[in-house]
Write a protein that binds this ligand. Structure first.
Ligand code: DC
Length: 230
């Protein structure tokens, strides 16, 4: 029997899901920092598998090879919400995974059930003891169906494209706003229509539209929700 964390008196398990650039990581980091919790960006793990596939020349259409790859590589997440990190076989790839090419690769590798199984097992292990904010696409539906709080963030596509475009420009990538929007819509379609753990809100998730919400207002709303669950 798996009891929710609050019954056991541990820190909560907080799941934040939603589509690309809905504000999950900004909100997740701020919330975890406020609560003194670990922050796990599960998307960074799929990005790291995507990067490994590109670097090793594994085809993004070869499910069997991608599953083998996901089982072979060591993906390690550093959960400090002030400075989250991720490494691939001991090499820090925190910055390397944030490019348009890896954006697309991560969405493709995450369709593969064998890749998901390997990542989900690690995510469950990392969040098992509670005191964690984990963001992704399937945290409330599959990774932690018993999470103490499930939030699903959404925002309209033009706003999400604007946010992601600004992030890419800050990092020196030169994709246009239109190309960024198309890429986001493409990933949304793939993430939502895949057979295994598609993107959708859990039945018991609190849905928040962040299109017109400031970071502070969103954090305030999340803290209210956390207090209501403790
Ligand atoms: O959150 P992100 O954009 O960094 O995620 C990268 C990709 O990984 C995204 O296209 C979908 C996939 N993903 C997933 O399938 N399941 C998760 N829990 C997190 C991300």
């Amino acid at each position: 029997m798996c009891y929710p964390a609050r019954v056991l008196g541990r820190g909560l398990i907080i799941a934040i899901d939603g589509p690309t650039a809905a504000g999950k990581s900004t909100a997740g980091k701020a919330l975890a920092a406020r609560l003194g919790y670990t922050y796990i960006d599960s998307g960074a793990m799929y990005r790291t598998v995507g990067l490994a596939a590109i670097e090793r020349g594994v085809s993004l259409d070869d499910s069997a090879a991608l599953s083998t790859l996901a089982g072979e590589i060591e993906v390690r997440v550093g959960g400090d919400p002030h400075a989250p990190t991720i490494s691939l076989d001991g090499r820090d790839v925190t910055t390397l995974i944030r490019t348009p090419v890896v954006d697309a690769a991560s969405s493709k590798v995450s369709v593969v059930p064998g890749v998901r199984a390997a990542m989900v097992a690690q995510q469950q292990e990392m969040g098992r003891d509670g005191g964690v904010v984990m963001d992704g696409r399937d945290i409330g539906t599959h990774v932690f169906p018993n999470a103490d709080l499930k939030v699903f963030l959404q925002a309209d596509a033009p706003e999400r494209a604007r946010r992601r475009h600004a992030e890419h420009r800050e990092r020196g990538a030169d994709a246009t706003l239109d190309a960024t929007r198309e890429a986001i819509e493409d990933r949304d379609r793939r993430d939502s229509s895949r057979a295994t753990a598609p993107l959708r809100p859990a039945d018991d998730a609190v849905i928040i539209d962040t299109t017109a919400l400031s970071r502070d207002d969103l954090l305030g709303r999340l803290l209210e929700l956390v207090h209501s669950r403790r």
